[in-house]
Design a protein around this ligand. Structure first.
Ligand SMILES: [Zn+2]
Length: 281
């Protein structure tokens, strides 16, 4: 039954790989180049075993092996909604390997148990780095959203930016409303009726992001507090928003929220800013 389900899910993802000419993929990572200054990543929704890689053993301060259920599908379908609304595709990097083999949102020394796992971990991050470099060269401003799931706040969506550090450049050029205002992603979620944490009446740098959900390795590694980074934000979708019946709506709303942010804070910036390749900081 579980096997059959896996096969079904594989079949549902496969056409994405075949249709897109710009796609390439190592078997265990879905990588799709985009046409927007938006990168979606999803490290924890993978369903596949990793041949030649043994299971992880407890390490680090927060050792978790369970999947963020359905976040692979959520990332893919948010991307689909963004494409439907804009006519252009975001960049996509989705881990298809199980988190109990590789945790792509940890530093390499905590991500896997042995060298047989390194190639898939490295491929995942090389794809993100390549895309970050590409959008930095092409656009004056860009954003990476790292898609996760959590069960601690089952009906809520959590924001993680390392208390504003990962969106340093966005805050400098557009101010707090880009993170908490009506056209921010979380402003949109709030308007749609979702519970959000932290609330939008706090400042992005108030250090009120929820403990354990302030943003992980990916947000930290590629965030705009780094000279070679872009603005990054972790989105943590509660378990109740990822069930089979509701996940379609969650993805649609997620796509709409990202596009509202894009229209207000990325597209405008592209239209008025310096030519591609010249980055303002
Ligand atoms: Zn996660």
């Amino acid at each position: 039954m579980v096997r059959a389900l896996h096969r079904l899910l594989l079949l549902s993802i496969l056409p994405v790989l075949l249709i897109s000419g710009a796609s390439f993929a190592r078997e265990l990572i879905l990588v799709e180049a985009g046409e927007l200054p938006i990168i979606l990543t999803a490290p924890h929704g993978g369903r596949e075993e990793v041949p030649g890689c043994s299971l992880r053993t407890p390490t680090g301060s927060r050792f978790v092996t369970g999947a963020d259920l359905n976040t692979d599908l959520l990332a893919r379908d948010i991307a689909g909604e963004i494409t439907r609304l804009t006519g252009k595709r975001p960049y996509l990097v989705i881990a298809r390997f199980q988190r109990r083999y590789i945790d792509a949102n940890r530093r390499a020394d905590e991500a896997y148990a042995e060298s047989g796992c390194a190639a898939d971990y490295d491929f995942y991050h090389a794809a993100i780095r390549r895309f970050v470099d590409e959008v930095r060269a092409k656009y004056p401003a860009a954003m990476l959203f790292d898609i996760h799931g959590q069960a601690a706040y089952r009906d809520s969506i959590l924001r993680g930016t390392h208390h504003g550090a990962a969106v340093t450049r966005l805050l400098a050029r557009a101010g707090a409303p880009a993170v908490t205002g009506p056209d921010s992603v979380f402003g949109q979620f709030a308007k749609m009726g979702y519970r959000i944490i932290p609330a939008n009446d706090t400042a992005p740098t108030d250090r009120v992001e929820a403990k354990n959900y302030t943003g992980g390795h990916t947000v930290l590694l590629y965030g705009s507090h780094n000279a070679d980074g872009i603005d990054t934000m972790q989105l943590e979708f509660g378990r109740d928003l990822r069930g089979q019946i509701v996940i379609g709506q969650t993805a649609k709303d997620g796509g709409q929220a990202v596009v509202a942010f894009y229209r207000r804070y990325l597209e405008q910036s592209s239209a008025t800013a310096a030519p591609a390749g010249v980055l303002s900081r």
